[in-house]
Design a protein around this ligand. Structure first.
Ligand code: NI
Length: 257
């Protein structure tokens, strides 16, 4: 069985198709999907969806794009619902200097505050980092004592060298559709990620893998990510399915089927 560790079925592009998508997960080999919030409302939606469907789990938090809207109400909601059975982690949180949709100082502050929050509630963190790996690493290192519940770097897109630094913090890495785009450097990164630290994801509706690039991504396309990793590592896809499944269970210790 496989798990899509990162999707956004509450994005407006997928919302009308939620039921249809969830109903075909099993026949596509998926045991479940992790629905990731990006602000207060989408986190509430993620919790609600996880309560409606057995196959859906929730990850709640404020994305760096929305850091400027993070407030006490958001913090209180995340703190309260972190106790929910199907809320597995705090995310996606982090830094995005590519779009800079929130001021960088606000992004940093909100990132740090949510690391503290995750520590308080005893949950792992799911990170979104874009063009900000060095600053993210500095913040993580400064908060090392609060990172005892696990770290997942979603859509890892930096170098092998940077990977070594994050390995020191015992990070997990989720790979998605981007690895199917033509770029040999990505194969190096796939090879460099420790086998017991690798997870799979879609980030749907974004990051649609080849050959569906240009269309809307959906969770069951995660199969194409498995195929690509298996091809690069030259192993049977069952090896990748098994390893990523075990890694997902180890990191998200509240996950329970
Ligand atoms: Ni995402």
């Amino acid at each position: 069985m496989i798990i899509d560790s990162h999707c956004h079925l509450c994005d407006e592009r997928l919302r009308p198709r939620q039921q249809e998508i969830i109903s075909v997960l099993k026949q596509n080999g998926l045991e479940s999907v992790f629905e990731v919030g990006w602000d207060l409302q989408s986190s509430k939606d993620a919790v609600e969806l996880s309560n409606m469907y057995d196959e859906v789990y929730a990850i709640i938090g404020t994305h760096p794009h929305d850091a400027k809207n993070f407030d006490d109400t958001s913090r209180e909601y995340y703190k309260e619902h972190a106790k929910d059975k199907k809320v597995l982690a705090i995310g996606e949180i982090g830094l995005d200097y590519y779009y800079d949709l929130s001021p960088r100082d606000v992004q940093k502050k909100v990132f740090e505050e949510q690391l503290v929050l995750a520590d308080e509630v005893g949950l792992p963190v799911v990170l979104h980092i874009r063009d900000a790996y060095k600053d993210a690493l500095d913040i993580l290192c400064a908060n090392k004592d609060k990172l005892n519940n696990g770290i997942l770097l979603h859509c890892y897109a930096s170098s092998k060298e940077m990977l070594r630094e994050f390995n020191k913090l015992d990070c997990y890495y989720a790979l998605g559709g981007a690895i199917t785009f033509k770029n040999a450097k990505k194969d190096d990164v796939i090879m460099a990620i420790p086998e017991d630290r690798l997870l799979i994801e879609t980030d749907s509706p974004y990051m649609t893998p080849v050959p569906f690039r240009g269309q809307t991504n959906v969770p069951y396309y995660v199969n194409l990510v498995v195929d690509k990793i298996a091809e690069v590592k030259n192993v049977d896809r069952s090896v990748i399915e098994k390893a990523t499944y075990q890694n997902t269970l180890r990191l998200f210790s509240k996950y329970n089927r």
